[in-house]
Design a protein around this ligand. Structure first.
Ligand SMILES: C[S@@+](CC[C@H](N)C(=O)[O-])C[C@H]1O[C@@H](n2cnc3c(N)ncnc32)[C@H](O)[C@@H]1O
Length: 422
C-alpha cells in the first residue's frame, strides 16, 4: 500500500507516520507513506498556495493549481495503480472502520489531500478527487490529523503490518460491536480485581464472557450500533434477547414499607459492589443506609420492584425542591417550576441490563406527570458512566454540577440532569 499525503505541513505529519508499528512496517517495505509539500508545486515566484475567497468573507482558500500539480507529480511517480484520491473534509462522509476496510481491500495507492485555512477551491475537489472523508462532525485547522487517522487505520490492516489479522479482526467496530474490557497485570490494582473468569483461564468460558461483554458494552455505549447488529450465533441471539428484554421479565412494584428496608439494603449493596468493580466511587461510604430509606419511606417516595416476589430494584422520588440544586453551576432546563427528583436508583445484579432501570425511571416520570409536575431531575457522580448513559438515553440533559451539603459520602460533587416532561 502506498499513501501520499499532500500537505502544507509535511514536518508535522512525517514523525507520526515514521514511528511505532507503521514506521517498522515501512522499513520492512510493507507500506510506503510519503508526505508531499504542496508549496513546492506552485507556479508563482512567491510560492503562494492560497488566495482570498471570491465573494468576500474570512480567511483564504487553497488554490487549485498547486494541488493539481502536486497530485500529477505523485500519480506520475506511482504509475498505474488502483488509486483513490481523497480530500479530507468536514463535509465528507463520516470515516469509519467500513471505509478503512474498503480502502485497504480495493486500492493500493491512496492520495490524501489536506486542506488548510478556509479549505480548497471547489473546482479541484470536483475535477480531481474521488471522494471526501470527514473524521467527525467538528472542524480542525487542517486535514493533517484526519489524513494521519485514515492512513493509520488503513495501514494496520495491510497484511503483515500487525502480527496476525486476528489482532484487528476482534477489535471494536470490526463486526459492528465494541470490544470487551481488557486487563493486564497486576491482578488487583487500586482495590479493583480482574474478573474471576479471566483469572480462571478456561478458554471457552473466557470466549463466552468476552462476547457477552461486547454485546453489553455496545448496548450501553452505542445503542445505534447495537440496534443495527444482527446476532451471529445462537448464544448471541440469547444474549441480545436477554438484553433487549425480548425475553421480557415482568416486574411488580409497590411503595416500600419499613419492613422492606433489609431488602432495599440488599439491592443497594449489590449496586455498590458493582460500582466499586467499575471504579465508581459512589455509594462506597455506607450510603444509602437504613436511615435514608426510612426517610424516603416516610416521605412516601420509595418504590420497591420485585420479580416473582424477589427484590429486584429500588428507586426513590421526591416532589419537594432540593436545597442544593439551587446552587447549580450551570443552568437547569426549567426555572421556578415544580420538579420531581429521582434518588437511589439501584438494580440487583441478576436484573442488570434487563430493562428494570428504564421501568423505574418510567414510573418516576409517570408519577411526576400524575401530580402535574412537568420535569424530573437527578444527580450522579461524574464517573458513574452507566447512570449517565441511562439518563441520557431517556432524554435527560446534563445541566451542570452541584456540591451536596447533606451527604455522608466522601465526594460531594455531582453532575445534574433534567428531563422536561411538560
Ligand atoms: C478550517 S477547515 C475548513 C472548513 C471549511 N471552511 C468548512 O466549513 O467546511 C480546513 C481544512 O481542515 C480539514 N478538516 C477540518 N475538519 C475536518 C474534519 N472533520 N475531517 C476531515 N478534514 C477536516 C479539511 O482539509 C479542511 O480543508
Amino acid at each position: 500500500m502506498r499513501i501520499d499525503i499532500l500537505t502544507l505541513f509535511p514536518e508535522a505529519v512525517r514523525p507520526m507516520m515514521d514511528s511505532s508499528i507503521l514506521g517498522r512496517a515501512a522499513k520492512k517495505g510493507l507500506i510506503e507513506i510519503n508526505c508531499i509539500q504542496i508549496r513546492d508545486f506552485t507556479d508563482n515566484k512567491q510560492q503562494q498556495v492560497d488566495d482570498y475567497p471570491y465573494g468576500g468573507g474570512w480567511g483564504c482558500v487553497m488554490m487549485a493549481q498547486p494541488l493539481k500539480a502536486c497530485l500529477d507529480h505523485v500519480t506520475a511517480q506511482a504509475g498505474p495503480r488502483r488509486r483513490r484520491v481523497i480530500y479530507m473534509s468536514p463535509q465528507g462522509a463520516r470515516f469509519d472502520q467500513g471505509h478503512a476496510r474498503r480502502l485497504v481491500s480495493e486500492y493500493d495507492h491512496l492520495v490524501l489531500v489536506c486542506g488548510h485555512y478556509e479549505g480548497v477551491d471547489e473546482r479541484f475537489i470536483q475535477l480531481c478527487c474521488d471522494e471526501e472523508l470527514s473524521v467527525g462532525d467538528f472542524v480542525l485547522t487542517g486535514g493533517e490529523i484526519p489524513a494521519m487517522a485514515v492512513a493509520d487505520s488503513v495501514c494496520r490492516m495491510v497484511p503483515g503490518v500487525l502480527s496476525d489479522p486476528a489482532c484487528y479482526m476482534g477489535e471494536s467496530h470490526w463486526d459492528g460491536l465494541l470490544e470487551y474490557p481488557q486487563y493486564t497485570r497486576p491482578e488487583t490494582w487500586e482495590g479493583l480485581t480482574v474478573p474471576e473468569v479471566l483469572r480462571r483461564g478456561v478458554h471457552r468460558d473466557i470466549e463466552a464472557w468476552r462476547r457477552e461483554q461486547q454485546l453489553i458494552r455496545t448496548r450501553e455505549r452505542r445503542p445505534d450500533l447495537f440496534e443495527a447488529f444482527r446476532p451471529q450465533t445462537e448464544a448471541d441471539k440469547r444474549t441480545v434477547d436477554r438484553l433487549t428484554g425480548r425475553e421480557k421479565l415482568v416486574y411488580d412494584c409497590r411503595p416500600a414499607a419499613a419492613e422492606d428496608i433489609p431488602a432495599l439494603l440488599s439491592i443497594t449493596a449489590e449496586a455498590s459492589a458493582y460500582m466499586k468493580e467499575c471504579g465508581v466511587d459512589q455509594w462506597q461510604d455506607g450510603f444509602p443506609n437504613a436511615e435514608v430509606f426510612a426517610r424516603d419511606i416516610a416521605a412516601g417516595g420509595c418504590w420497591l420492584f420485585t420479580h416473582n416476589g424477589a427484590p429486584a430494584g429500588v428507586v426513590s422520588l421526591y416532589m419537594t425542591p432540593e436545597a442544593d440544586y439551587a446552587r447549580i453551576r450551570g443552568a437547569w432546563r426549567t426555572q421556578d417550576r415544580p420538579y420531581a427528583t429521582v434518588h437511589r436508583t439501584a438494580v440487583k445484579a441478576a436484573y442488570r441490563g434487563r430493562g428494570l432501570a428504564d421501568e423505574m425511571l418510567q414510573l418516576c416520570e409517570d408519577l411526576a406527570l400524575g401530580r402535574g409536575v412537568g420535569s424530573v431531575r437527578a444527580d450522579t457522580h461524574a464517573n458513574n458512566a452507566a447512570m449517565r448513559r441511562l439518563l441520557e438515553r431517556r432524554g435527560y440533559e446534563c445541566c451542570g454540577s452541584v456540591t451536596l451539603t447533606d451527604t455522608v459520602e466522601k465526594d460531594p460533587e455531582r453532575v445534574c440532569y433534567e428531563k422536561v416532561l411538560l
